[in-house]
Design a protein around this ligand. Structure first.
Ligand code: ADP
Ligand code: MG
Length: 619
C-alpha cells in the first residue's frame, strides 16, 4: 500500500490554527491591540463596524514595519519578539507566537499599512484568505493600520455561529477594557459604526478606571499597594458595600497582561471575608508585577491563563495586602478624586483633638546618653521619644485592651501559622514581667513573652516608629526645628529642586527651614530636631528618588511619602548593635505605635512564636 501521510498546505494549516486564535471578532481586536502595544504605540484607535463582522481596524502610532517585515508578518511563526526558546522565559511583550496575523489573514480580508519613522513612504499589503493580492508603496503616517474585513468569509459555519451584534460587541468591549485598563499610559479611542464609545487620554490608573467604569466608581476605590521581593501589587479594590452581583469588575493584570486566576481570585475573596453579602462579588483592579521568569503564560493560545512558580506566596501576599487596605479604609476618610493627594494618609489626624497621642515628645530625654560615638545616629533619633509611663509590656497589653477594635484586628493579621494562637499571646494577661531582650545578628531584637517568644526586626520597627512620628508632625503641623549654626547649601538639578519645592510645606512641618530655594540650589537654615546635619542631603536625595519613582500614581500623598522616605533614611540599620536599654526602648516604642505590626512599606515588623509551636518542633 502506498504512503498516505502528507503535509498540509500552509493555507489549510493556517485555517486550522486560526480556529484556535480567532474565535470571534473580539479575538481579532485583542490580537491587533496587543500588536499595537508591542510596537510601543502611545495612541491607539479601534474602529469597529457591525460588531466586528464587517470591520475591525486598529490604527497605531507605534514603530511600524519595514517593507519586508510587513510581508513577513503574515507568515506563520513569524515574530520579531522571540528568537530562541530561552526568550520564552523573559517575555516582555504580549505576542510571541507569531501566529495572529497569519491566522487572521487565513480567514479574512486584511489590509495592512505601515511606515517606520525614518522612511518617507510606507507599504500597503492586501491579503485575502492567505493570498497576497498586492503590496505597494503607500503614503501613510508613521505607525501601523490593520483593517480586518469580512471575518470568516471562507468558513461559513463559523460565520453563522457568531452571536448577535449586541453580544459580539460586548465581547469586543470586554477585550478593549482589559487592554485599556492595563495600559493607562496609552491613549485609546474606540468607535463603533461611526459613533465614539470611548476616548481616553494618557492618564493615571485611577483616572483610567474611572473613565472606563464611570465617575461613580471613584468614591468606591480603595488603593492597594504592596511591594515585596517577589511581587509588586498596585491598584484598587472596591469598598465592600459597592460589591456587585456579577463578576464584571474583577481584573488581574500580571505584567500588564489580563489574566484569569481562580486561585488569586480566591485570595481576594478571602480578604473580604465577613464583609460581603451572600452572592456578591468584590470589585478589583489589580496590577501584579513579577519577574517574567517566574511565570509561564504559554499554556493557552489565547493567553489568559497563567502559571506562577510560587502561587502560595503570591496568594498570601495578595490576601494580606488587600486585607490591610480594607482595614485602613475603615479608618480613612472617603477618597476624593479631586483632592487625592492628601487623602492616602493612613491615619485620620483630623480627629486628633479627641485622642491623646500615645507617645509624648520630650526632647531632653536621652535614654542612650551614655552610648559611644558609633551609636550617635540612633541616639539622636530616639531622643524624640520619651518612654511613655506605660511603655512596657504592661503598656503593650493596656494598649491592646483600650483600643481593641483597631489593634486587636491588626495583631490577628500578624501571624504566620495560627492566627488564633498568636492573638492569644497578646491577650495573655500575665505578660512576662522579668523580660530579657537580646540582639540577634545585630538585626533582630529577641524578647520573651509569657507564652512564647517575640522577634522584632530592628530596622523595620524603627521605620514604623519614625514614620508615625513624622506623619504626626506633618499632619498636625507642629514640629520644632533646630537651627543650624551655618546655613547648609545643597545643589540639585532643576527637576529635583522642583520636587523639593512641591514638598516644601510638608518638609517645613517636619522641622526643615528653607531660606532660599532656587532652580539649582537649596539653602537650609533649620532641620528637624534629632536629624544630624550630615544626614540632610541623604534624606533629601532619598526623598527625591522616592518621589520620582512614585509620582505617576494618583494615590501619591506627599505627606505619607515624605514620612516614609525620612523614616527609611533615618531608621537604625541592620548591623548596628544596640544595648539592652536601646533594645527595650525600641520594642516599647514600636508597640506604642498605632500600627505596630507592619513597617511603613507593609512588611512585618515582628514575629511571635508560641511555646506550643516551639514544643511541636521538639516532637
Ligand atoms: P506576535 O505578536 O506573536 O509576534 P503577530 O502575528 O501578531 O505575532 O505579529 C507578527 C509580527 O508582526 C510581530 O512580531 C511584529 O514584528 C509585527 N507586527 C504586527 N503588528 C504590528 C504593529 N501594529 N506594529 C509593528 N509591528 C507589528
Ligand atoms: Mg501579536
Amino acid at each position: 500500500m502506498s504512503d498516505i501521510i502528507q503535509l498540509l498546505p500552509d493555507h489549510v494549516a493556517n485555517q486550522i490554527a486560526a480556529g484556535e486564535v480567532v474565535q470571534r471578532p473580539a479575538s481579532v481586536v485583542k490580537e491587533l491591540l496587543e500588536n499595537a502595544i508591542d510596537a510601543n504605540a502611545t495612541e491607539i484607535k479601534l474602529i469597529i463596524k457591525d460588531a466586528g463582522k464587517t470591520l475591525v481596524q486598529v490604527i497605531d502610532n507605534g514603530k511600524g514595519m519595514s517593507v519586508t517585515d510587513a510581508r513577513l508578518s503574515f507568515e506563520r511563526h513569524a515574530t520579531s519578539k522571540i528568537k530562541a526558546a530561552e526568550d520564552l522565559f523573559q517575555l516582555n511583550t504580549k505576542g510571541f507566537r507569531g501566529e495572529a496575523l497569519a491566522s487572521i489573514a487565513a480567514i479574512a480580508h486584511v489590509e495592512l499599512k505601515s511606515k517606520q519613522d525614518q522612511d518617507d513612504l510606507g507599504t500597503a499589503i492586501v491579503i485575502e484568505g492567505s493570498d497576497v493580492k498586492s503590496q505597494e508603496v503607500s503614503v501613510t503616517p508613521t505607525g501601523t493600520s490593520v483593517a480586518v474585513k469580512h471575518l470568516f468569509f471562507n468558513i461559513p459555519a463559523r460565520r453563522n455561529f457568531l452571536k448577535s451584534d449586541t453580544v459580539e460587541l460586548r465581547h469586543i468591549t470586554d477585550e478593549f477594557h482589559r487592554v485599556a485598563l492595563a495600559h493607562p499610559n496609552i491613549a485609546f479611542a474606540f468607535y463603533h459604526n461611526g459613533s465614539d464609545l470611548f476616548n481616553v487620554p494618557q492618564e493615571n490608573y485611577r483616572q483610567r478606571v474611572v473613565h472606563i467604569f464611570g465617575s461613580k466608581t471613584n468614591e468606591k476605590l480603595v488603593p492597594v499597594e504592596e511591594e515585596t521581593e517577589v511581587l509588586k501589587i498596585s491598584g484598587f479594590v472596591g469598598k465592600p458595600n459597592f460589591s456587585k452581583k456579577t463578576k464584571s469588575e474583577q481584573f488581574f493584570f500580571v505584567n500588564q497582561r489580563f489574566v484569569k486566576s481562580p486561585y488569586l481570585n480566591h485570595a481576594i475573596k478571602s480578604a473580604f471575608e465577613g464583609l460581603l453579602k451572600e452572592g456578591y462579588h468584590p470589585s478589583y483592579f489589580l496590577n501584579l508585577t513579577v519577574d517574567p521568569k517566574s511565570i509561564d503564560i504559554n499554556i493557552h493560545p489565547t493567553k489568559t491563563e497563567i502559571k506562577f512558580d510560587d502561587e502560595h506566596t503570591l496568594y498570601a501576599i495578595l490576601r494580606s495586602a488587600v486585607k490591610h487596605s480594607l482595614g485602613q479604609f475603615n479608618i480613612a476618610p472617603v477618597l476624593d478624586f479631586e483632592h487625592q493627594s492628601s487623602l492616602n494618609t493612613p491615619y485620620d489626624y483630623k480627629d486628633k483633638k479627641a485622642s491623646t497621642p500615645a507617645i509624648e515628645v520630650d526632647r531632653s530625654f536621652n535614654p542612650f546618653a551614655d552610648e559611644t560615638r558609633v551609636k550617635q545616629k540612633a541616639t539622636s533619633q530616639n531622643t524624640r521619644f520619651k518612654s511613655a509611663p506605660t511603655a512596657s509590656w504592661d503598656g503593650l497589653y493596656a494598649g491592646l485592651e483600650s483600643n481593641e477594635n483597631d489593634l486587636q484586628s491588626d495583631f490577628s493579621q500578624v501571624t504566620f501559622e495560627s492566627e488564633a494562637k498568636d492573638a492569644s499571646i497578646f491577650n495573655d494577661s500575665a505578660i512576662e514581667t522579668t523580660k530579657t531582650t537580646f540582639q540577634l545578628q545585630q538585626k533582630y531584637i529577641v524578647s520573651t513573652l509569657k507564652s512564647g517568644m517575640l522577634v522584632v526586626d530592628q530596622n523595620r520597627a524603627h521605620q514604623r516608629v519614625l514614620y508615625e512620628n513624622f506623619l504626626k508632625h506633618i499632619t498636625i503641623k507642629e514640629a520644632t526645628s533646630q537651627q543650624l549654626l551655618f546655613p547648609l547649601q545643597l545643589h540639585f538639578t532643576p527637576n529635583e529642586t522642583k520636587i523639593i519645592d512641591d514638598l516644601k510645606a510638608d518638609l517645613e512641618h517636619t522641622g526643615f527651614v528653607f531660606s532660599e530655594l532656587t532652580e539649582k540650589e537649596i539653602t537650609i537654615t533649620g532641620v528637624p530636631v534629632g536629624v544630624p546635619e550630615s544626614e540632610v542631603s541623604i534624606i533629601l536625595e532619598q526623598l527625591i528618588s522616592d518621589v520620582e519613582n512614585d509620582v505617576p500614581d494618583t494615590n501619591f500623598s506627599a505627606a505619607d511619602l515624605l514620612a516614609k522616605s525620612m523614616a527609611k533614611s533615618l531608621a537604625i540599620k541592620n548591623g548596628q548593635s544596640l544595648n539592652s536599654t536601646e533594645q527595650e526602648h525600641m520594642v516599647n516604642s514600636l508597640f506604642a505605635c498605632k500600627e505596630p505590626n507592619v513597617s511603613p512599606t507593609n512588611r512585618p515588623t515582628f514575629i511571635t512564636m508560641a511555646v506550643d509551636d516551639i514544643e511541636k518542633k521538639f516532637m
